[in-house]
Design a protein around this ligand. Structure first.
Ligand code: XUL
Ligand code: CO
Length: 436
């Protein structure tokens, strides 16, 4: 049966003049931009949790999204139907990747063994679906935050019994990701943080989290899983303070616990803004540390202080993101995962297409614009000019660690007062607008 009758076969590229909301206006999978096909720049993925398990429920009201794939009584039958719907959607949309949490794809049983069995059953089914369609797994992960047992955290729980449960769940989620040929595995610290320091041993909890990651690195080697591990920063929600609060905190954590060689970062736009940063700041911080792995593409709402997980539609934002990605040379194992959900009122299945098509078109425009900005060269030239002094003899000797405070004094005594120069911010902002 077809769960998505609004698209008969596959969403087509119809060009910028098309008025068809179910067609791409800018995303052409095979079009080469900046030396690479669009699809290879983006490596788009659909997030299973929002798109197939999202219900529109909020603290004030019941679910608004009543999905046919959720109609069956038996949870395992429902899980199979949901997988059918998911692969129908991936294929019709024309994305190459998907992402999941263990509990999105398979129902939790009454015992750990039953949950593990459910997961293995559904993974076998997903493997068939992947083989049929050619759709691949960008990354898998474990849901270590929904079940009440994790109310005080998973790896960072004050009770080692809960740690054990979380670690065991990660083991099976890694098996699932490996079985599906996943190119990565994400650790987002769902409730790894605190609500009050009054009851919290902060450093011990951070050590516990690092232990889990080291155990996962060891298990990865044991099973021969070669995918990339990612850690996903987020400052708050669900806890008041999450330990992986932003890129800088994650890098510090990875360095402190000797994990830099094993994890890169999966950076999400709405998490960046919740942390009080721009997405570009977070991408730049990770990229310059050689740790930018993957992106959860979404957007927040400037007026709301929580994780609204909206689909990205701002061309300014996607252009900025693509400038960073082009500078990095593109993803290796990572991709752009739409960790985004349609609004509560957008309860039709067609809305899932409108949302993803809009996001993919926004990134296609962002790529084209970013390429033009970088090819034009004026932006880089301005920045190089701003730092040009550092190419001189004195600047080079400071950068190469070959000079002292006394050398600096001698330089000032010879050269006197520095000449101030404009930062040209408004000029550069207008320059970017030339390309939008
Ligand atoms: C939560 C979030 C998660 C992670 C995966 O804010 O972003 O969906 O991406 O657990
Ligand atoms: Co995310």
């Amino acid at each position: 049966m077809a769960y998505f009758p609004e698209v008969a076969d596959r969403v087509q590229y119809e060009g910028p003049s098309s008025r068809n909301p179910l067609a791409f206006k800018h995303y052409e999978a095979d079009r080469v931009v900046a030396g690479k096909a669009m699809k290879d720049w983006f490596r788009f993925a659909v997030a299973y949790w929002h798109t197939f398990k999202g219900t529109g429920q909020d603290p004030f009201g019941a679910p608004t999204m009543v999905r046919e794939w959720e109609a069956a009584e038996d949870p395992l039958v429902r899980a199979h139907h949901t997988m059918d719907a998911a692969f129908e959607f991936f294929t019709k949309l024309g994305v190459e990747y998907w992402c999941f949490h263990d509990r999105d794809i398979a129902p939790e049983g009454t015992t750990f063994a039953e949950s593990a069995h459910n997961l293995a059953t559904i993974v076998a089914y997903a493997k068939e679906k992947q083989a049929e369609t050619g759709v691949k797994l960008l990354w898998g992960t474990a849901n270590l935050f929904s079940n009440p047992r994790y109310q005080a955290g998973a790896a960072t729980n004050p009770d080692p019994h809960v740690y054990a449960y979380a670690a065991a769940q990660v083991k099976h989620a890694l098996d699932a990701t490996h079985a599906l040929g996943g190119e990565g595995y994400t650790f987002w610290g769902g409730r790894e943080g605190y609500d009050t320091l009054l009851n919290t041993k902060m450093q011990q909890e951070r050590e516990q989290f690092a232990r889990l990651l080291h155990q996962a690195v060891a298990y990865k080697k044991e099973i021969g899983f070669e995918g990339q591990f990612y850690i996903e920063p987020k400052p708050k929600e669900p806890t008041k303070h999450q330990y992986d609060s932003d890129v800088a905190a994650c890098l510090n954590f990875l360095r402190e616990f000797d994990l830099m060689d094993h994890l890169k970062l999966n950076i999400e736009t709405n998490h960046a803004t919740l942390a009080g940063h721009t997405m570009v700041h977070e991408l730049r911080s990770a990229r310059e540390a050689g740790a930018l792995g993957s992106i959860d593409a979404n957007a927040g709402d400037e007026l709301l202080g929580w994780d609204t997980d909206q689909f990205p539609t701002s061309i300014y934002l996607t252009s900025e993101i693509m400038i960073e990605l082009i500078r990095m040379g593109g993803f290796t194992t990572g991709g752009l995962n739409f960790d985004a959900k349609v609004r509560r009122q957008s309860h039709d299945t067609a809305d899932l297409f409108f949302a993803h098509i809009g996001g993919m078109d926004a990134f296609a425009r962002g790529l084209i614009i970013a390429d033009r900005i970088l090819t034009d060269g004026r932006l880089d030239a301005e920045v190089d000019e701003r730092y040009a002094g550092w190419q001189g003899e004195f600047g080079q000797s400071v950068l190469s660690d070959g000079s002292s405070l006394a050398d600096a004094e001698a330089y000032v005594l010879t050269h006197g007062e520095p000449t101030r120069r404009s930062g040209r911010q408004e000029k550069l902002e207008s320059l970017i607008n030339e390309f939008l």
